[in-house]
Unconditional design. Sequence first.
Length: 292
Amino acid sequence: MPQSSQSRENNSCRIVVPVYRTLDAAELAIVTHNLKKLAAWPATLVGPNKARDVLEKLRGDLSRATGAQIAVLCYEDRFFADIEGYSALLMSRQFYGAFAGHSHILICQSDALVLSDRLDEWMAQGFSFVGAPIFKGYTVPIRPLQFEAALNGGLSLRHVQDAQNALHQLIVLRRSRAVRLLEKAGILTFANRLLGRTRIATIEKRLNEDVFWSCTVPSLLPEFRRPTPEIAAHFAFEACPADLYEQTGQELPFGGHAIERYDPEFWQAHLPDRLAARVAEMAQNRVAKGKV
């Protein structure tokens, strides 16, 4: 795995699993596998207030199955109603403040798969945010493949204090007609030159939180460090996993995201039979729900 020039001491991590509904059998098996693989680290199930009973039952089941230390943390239902609400939560001070006792959090959604226990190695790299690389075309990558600057958040390692510092330094404005006029006139650029450590960030109303953390924030705060896509590929695969596998010298990453969506056959070919069967089941469930 490529080494960063910077490492950090006193690393501790909490695994954060977003859950907003009852998991099906395949998802439950994947989450159980992940928490077993990372059982040395405490975990938190995060979800809406209306699903508290679901999360508490799941916490008990997972604790018994994995031996992991697991907590439950609930937020307002609106944060789990859609992607926009979820992004708002993961761009908020209250979210990162809840994990201030840890140096890092690992967001590990129910469609993410952890392949190794090398979490401490990645924490030592000194990155503020790392996730799977994204290709131009996003959900429908365009060939020949080219990397976007953004990294995916579905399986992502985040430095808590760096996120908190960024949210305290940034004045985040949603783009409106007035804001666009200020941008066009160069007023916001001029203001950023005068504000010292504070910066004005302008974002689209439906901006996904992982684009905010891996593109917007590093562009304004150079100290907020993200890896290159080539390095990030050693952390996680998402779209085009077979291509990334060749790029990493046929080395599997720390984990994968959206394993049932992007080339599930790749994952089935590289996983033990038990996990391969679960990925196949998740892919079948996706088709049955009419998702592409």
